[in-house]
Design a protein around this ligand. Structure first.
Ligand code: ATP
Length: 248
């Protein structure tokens, strides 16, 4: 039987008295595209953080392709194949697109970058260029990040999350703040990701979420209240009651 890419069993996360995620059990199969929806404060980012290890669960277990990763640190999970983006950009504004991708490829911290600037023929540079190409940013290799549009920054963030060749890619609100004109490009990029990659995304934009994914999990008050195919979610009574008038 195929192991799920991600298996959560009764995962919980507390912050003091606040139960941000409560007994979440779900499987995401290899190659699946999964959206996590829900109103503000539902626990979506906290659930992401339990999977990536930024805030490990306070209860339950997490497995990646059958390997228990519950107690691992974030960098160990990255090494085992989890890549992610954050709601808040982690790009280095004063550096170029190529330099940002190079840093991600080499797994560097910016402080060490000055010692290790990319040289010609460096394998890391070739890989950084390849990622730029996949993210349709090849024409902007020498552009400083602070001069990029919001949409281009989002594309770069996805490219950086792909640098470690993850098996599971987790995107936290990839469409947040994008202009309507930037959305089709993001959607195209998401759809072009190789099917070998498992994709999990948090998204408030229903159109993007439902167009880019196969299955949707809806969270409310730390609990997954609905799990359904993306083409059947909009009419679901629970979803309607959550989203009608919620401003999303
Ligand atoms: N580090 C933290 N310390 C304390 N409480 C936290 C922390 N992170 C999240 N929370 C709380 O956990 C709950 C869930 O927050 P979370 O950010 O996971 O929700 P969300 O569904 O991602 O919301 P949004 O859509 O607004 O990003 C909220 O009540 C939030 O205030």
């Amino acid at each position: 039987m195929t192991e799920p890419a991600i298996r959560l069993q009764a995962v919980s996360r507390r912050f003091g008295a606040l139960q941000a995620v409560r007994d979440v059990t779900l499987d995401v199969m290899p190659g699946e595209r999964r959206a996590v929806l829900g109103p503000n404060g539902a626990g979506k980012t906290t659930l992401f953080n339990t999977i990536c290890g930024d805030y490990p669960p306070t209860g339950g277990s997490i497995a990646l392709f059958g390997t228990d990763i519950t107690g691992l640190r974030p960098h160990q999970r990255t090494r085992l194949g989890i890549g992610r983006t954050y709601q808040t950009s982690l790009l280095f504004n004063g550096l170029t697109v190529l330099e940002n991708l190079f840093i991600a490829v080499r797994g560097l911290r910016p402080g060490r970058f000055s010692f290790l600037r990319p040289g010609r023929g460096d394998e890391g540079v070739a890989r950084a260029r390849e990622l730029a190409d996949r993210m349709r940013l090849s024409h902007l290799l020498a552009a400083e990040v602070l001069n990029l549009s919001h949409g281009q920054r989002r594309q770069l963030e996805v490219g950086m999350a792909l640098a470690g060749d993850p098996r599971v890619l987790m995107l936290d609100e990839p469409a947040a703040g994008l202009s309507p004109g930037d959305r089709p490009e993001l959607l195209r990029l998401l759809r072009e990701l190789p099917r070998s990659l498992t994709l999990i995304l948090i998204e408030h934009d229903m159109d993007i979420a439902l167009s880019a994914t196969d299955v949707v999990s809806v969270m409310k008050d730390g609990v997954v209240v609905v799990e359904a195919p993306a083409d059947r979610i909009e009419d679901h009574p629970v979803v309607q009651s959550i989203y009608l008038g919620s401003g999303h």
